[in-house]
Design a binder for this molecule. Structure first.
Ligand code: VGL
Ligand code: ZN
Length: 233
């Protein structure tokens, strides 16, 4: 209908690139950008810093301007949370333990509710974000995904929110590519959203090959991989 070479004007400045159109996905009123866990915790100086984590901030600030709908997620743990190594005798961070719902990676204490560490990064400039979803607040259950907690059963409510808003396509950016971004993307695709991860708007933890495994799992789930320049050229 549009013709492959056509570029569709969107409101003020956004233009959909041919690459995005070829992929059949484009920012529009039925799409949302999900900005995952861009919190002090996950950047330099935080309790669980992702290498070069703060590099995503200017990329996301720019990318977000092409979206009418933006959702932000915030990792938001209780003190003594089940995902903290310090909650177990003799366990170190980055080891694993077996919980009711399966294997859990144990992390340093991070993103504790109400702390400076859990705040969104100051330089994140997305004032038009419409919803902030907090996750990981159940003491005994972690939640990488913004849709379902790590028991794979407890919903956060995000799926219902997006569906009620008429959103059919989601783009995902933030931290960390191989944990919260990947789990969010896979759940989004499984829930029937057309889903893409904006690779250069993310940074990874990459623990024991987790980044390669995450891309493989996202690919299998039908998640597209895009670059932020795809949104502006
Ligand atoms: C995350 C580990 C623990 C993330 C959150 O945001 O990717 N990773 N909690
Ligand atoms: Zn966490």
């Amino acid at each position: 209908l549009m013709g492959g070479a056509a570029a569709l004007s969107l409101g003020s400045t956004a233009i959909i690139s041919q690459k995005l159109m070829a992929a059949g996905i484009s920012p529009h009123s039925k799409s949302a950008l999900i900005v995952v866990d861009v919190q002090n915790c996950f950047i330099e100086g935080g309790t669980l810093p992702v290498k070069n984590g703060s590099d995503v901030v200017p990329v996301i600030n720019k990318l977000s301007k092409t979206f009418d709908n933006v959702v932000i997620t915030q990792d938001w743990h209780t003190e003594g949370h089940a995902s903290f190594a310090s909650s177990y005798e003799g366990k170190n961070a980055f080891e694993t333990t077996e919980l009711d719902y399966g294997t859990q990676v144990l992390w340093p204490e991070h993103c504790v509710q109400g702390t400076e560490d859990a705040q969104l990064v100051d330089e994140l400039d997305v004032p038009h974000a419409e919803l902030i979803v907090r996750k990981g607040y159940h003491q005994e259950i972690d939640s990488y995904s913004a849709f379902f907690e790590a028991d794979r059963k407890t919903p956060t409510g995000l799926q219902g929110y997006l569906k009620e808003r008429g959103i059919t396509t989601v783009y995902i950016a933030g931290l960390a590519t191989d944990f919260c971004v990947a789990w969010t993307a896979i759940d989004a695709a499984d829930a029937g959203f057309k889903t893409a991860v904006v690779e250069d708007a993310c940074r990874a933890i990459d623990l024991n090959g987790s980044l390669a495994a995450a891309w493989k799992a996202m690919d299998k789930a039908g998640v597209d991989r895009l670059q932020s320049e795809d949104f502006t050229s």
